[in-house]
Ligand binder design. Sequence first.
Ligand code: G
Ligand code: MN
Length: 236
Amino acid sequence: GLRHAIENGELEMYYLPEMDIRCGKIIGADGLLRCNHPVRGLVGAGEFLPFAEEIGLIMPISDWMLGALCRDVKTWAELGGEHVCLSLNVSPQYLDRGDFTEKIAGAMREHGVSPKQIEVEITENICIRNPHEAIAQLKKLNQAGFSVAIDDFGTGYSSLSYLKSLPIDVIKIDQSFVRDILSSQNAAAIAQTIVTLAHSLGLTVIAEGVETEQQREFLLQAGCLAYQGYLFCKPI
Ligand code: G
Ligand code: MN
């Protein structure tokens, strides 16, 4: 089914808004891939991307995502939307490809989109598979003007020392900490520490998976300035 998903037009981009935690203004959106399968319905990326990686389909699928994201950035601007940054969730295999930066820069030139309008989101684990290669790739992206976010922060295996050497701009607190923020002192302490750490490093921090007003309030008190999650809306 996956092999036919692209030709059949089953791939779709959904966007989960990212908000200023104080005023609720939309500052960006997390670009999430879905497969709208004729029988299974809407399938989340987590369910099919591992297979796509295994059978070598991650390249065409990621190429499709990149094109779709650029088109959507342009459409948003043409409709008179305020400047927001859409994030592209990049799979490790796609980043490993040596020409990633050229690829993304080429797609943006083709669609007339500026690097300021796209943020590249990677999970921490990318960094440990091949740290030297990952650092080199991220530096190239950074030099080309793209901002880079570390997704699901706190759940991977990366060493804190990567934060020192990686040219990243944004840390996204994993939703597992946010989910337990009011019921677990440990989760609360970890979330608070990530916020403090990020700010000390001069990075932006976004809390993921915020579902209740109480969680938002806690994060606001913790000094977190941005969030995403079902409290505002589901991916649209
Ligand atoms: O990879 P990343 O951590 O960005 O994963 C985003 C996934 O988490 C998406 O599939 C999205 O639908 C889901 N998600 C986003 N916000 C929430 C939330 O507030 N609650 C729950 N349960 N899931 C969420
Ligand atoms: Mn993400």
